[in-house]
Design a protein around this ligand. Sequence first.
Ligand SMILES: [Zn+2]
Length: 252
Amino acid sequence: MLNFFDLANNGLPYPLTKDILILYKQVSKQYLDKSLLESIRTLVPVKIKNEFVKAVGGNVNLMIPLTLLLKWFKQDFMKWMDKNPICLSCNLSLNHRYVKGNSWIVRGVEYHKCPKCSFTVVFPRYGEIENIAFNRIGRCTEWSFLFGAILSSLSIQTRIVHDFLDHCWNEALIEGKWIHMDSTLEYPISINNPHYYEKNWNKKYQYVLAFSNTGITDVTKKYSFDWKTILEQRKKRKNSDMSRINDCYQKI
Ligand SMILES: [Zn+2]
């Protein structure tokens, strides 16, 4: 029987909570929703879609349309939501308030209000792809959720990767291999650059996990040059039971 309370003592060095498991499972499920994918596909410029058709037909390398897609998504489509926005009229930092949502559909709402004038920014953190696509703004969570849906709508299998530090991105299945893809980064570092974060952001991973509809995969080794040390640290801990967590995930 599924016992989420067990997860609190799963021995893993990060809060792998019931909410996180449900969120990733629900997002992955949306990647299989044909009518949703159909509407998401309409967002992609025709020129890029045509390149994908050619690639699937074997006429061009898939990397060509993927490159175009990443550039369009970052430069033209999505906006980045600043963690600490400022009021442009008063040049002041906004006061921040976060109200937790009660389901994966709306995970929470951020309110940023100017202490001097009435300027307010409201930022709902959606788990529903349709709402993210409508808002076209977010941080790595929203970007990766929507970009994964766009890839799915173009018949490219995808999964979400979370480093349980402060970042998440996508992987796409290309010619049988899962390729790192991060729509928040500038091309060409946004594609097939798994060591970027460790090298440039000084990441110290413990677990990097990939979430799909069928399960959770430990992909830490792919993202670290220091796999040996990570393994040694893991051995020191007890009860780091990924299979039990995967079992819970299956039952959601
Ligand atoms: Zn103001």
